[in-house]
Design a binder for this molecule. Structure first.
Ligand code: GDP
Length: 308
């Protein structure tokens, strides 16, 4: 059994590779839900959906999110009716949000909903996609232009405001879903996907008991750096780390995880960082981490599994 912690785009690419090279293994994927938002009355869980769309082969690979070939007629109609439409929801994607909202109204938990949607997308039963908590939480960003929901910062404001602080609303009430702590403790390995350490992995680590379980597990805990050459390939990880006064490098990410990881995986381009990461008391693996296609993602996953 392998457990992985991740957010959306970067995690989903890695997990597709991992799923392809671990055919007999059960995979528990604990996914960030701090990005969740309710829009047009619909419950949207972007990271969960990105992982499901990727693992089902339906993802729009060019964008890294959404369903391939989707259309946007409904969004156009909402706009015509005077609604705010900065969050891009495709027509087929909308089906997922309607189903989630319907299941939620019937009283199903976020865990049950993620499982039902996974099965609806034909995801193999050995792959268990679990939200980090069943309790509603929201990632908010304090910026030089005011406080806003993470999606407003990312999508509506195109990451332009400077980040001063990040906090997760209601995180003090968030418990992991049943089984999650045991999965961390009983897995052969726990993998921290190449995801934004502040707004994807950070919220998961703040859910009660998760960081402690990572520290005490006998599993090997391996993190794959989302930064290459001091920059993120996509998304705001680098500018957020800078805004928060953190060192924007794989070493900076390793510092955030050093109390619970054993091994930090960094890109070939950052091989000169290996000695300083090892000085933190961690082992390193230097390998190509740019997942430009599924073969590259599988190669990375194979290299990571080779550590176990
Ligand atoms: P988000 O919630 O959609 O922002 O998704 P994640 O948190 O999972 O991913 C964002 C992070 O993934 C960024 O910091 C990217 O640099 C990283 N990422 C995306 N693609 C790759 C890749 O091919 N290799 C590595 N190492 N990191 C990647």
């Amino acid at each position: 059994m392998i457990t992985a912690l991740g957010g959306g785009v970067g995690a989903a690419k890695f997990l597709e590779g991992l799923a392809s090279v671990s055919a007999d293994e059960s995979l528990n994927i604990i996914v960030n839900t701090g990005d969740d938002i309710t829009l047009h009355g619909l419950k949207i869980s972007p990271d969960i959906d990105t992982v499901i769309y990727r693992l089902s082969g339906m993802i729009d690979k060019k964008k890294g999110w959404g369903i391939r070939g989707d259309t946007f007629f409904c969004l156009g109609e909402l706009k015509r009716q005077g609604q705010e439409t900065w969050f891009n929801i495709g027509d087929r994607d909308l089906g997922t949000h309607i189903y989630r909202t319907h299941l939620s109204a019937q009283g199903h938990s976020a865990t049950e909903i993620a499982s039902k949607i996974s099965r609806a997308f034909g995801i193999d039963k050995r792959i268990n996609i679990v939200p980090m908590t069943d309790t509603g939480v929201e990632t908010w960003i304090v910026t030089d232009q005011g406080e806003m929901h993470f999606q407003e910062y990312l999508v509506k404001r195109h990451m332009k405001p400077s980040v001063i602080k990040v906090y997760i609303k209601n995180i003090d009430r968030a418990f992991p879903p049943p089984g999650v702590i045991n999965h961390i403790k009983e897995s052969q390995a726990v993998l921290i996907c190449p995801s934004n350490p502040i707004i994807s992995i950070g919220p998961i680590l703040q859910v009660k008991g998760i960081r402690e379980a990572l520290k005490s597990t006998s599993a090997k805990v391996v993190a794959i750096s989302p930064l290459i050459g001091g920059a993120s390939l996509k998304g705001p990880a680098d500018r957020m780390m800078k805004g928060l006064g953190l060192e924007v490098s794989s070493t900076g990410v390793a510092r955030l995880y050093r109390d619970f990881i054993d091994i930090m995986v960094i890109d070939d381009q950052d091989s000169d960082e290996a000695p300083q990461i090892e000085e933190l008391g961690l082992d390193t693996l230097v390998v190509n981490t740019v997942m430009s296609d599924v073969e590259k993602a599988s190669g990375l996953a194979r290299a990571v599994l080779g550590l176990l």
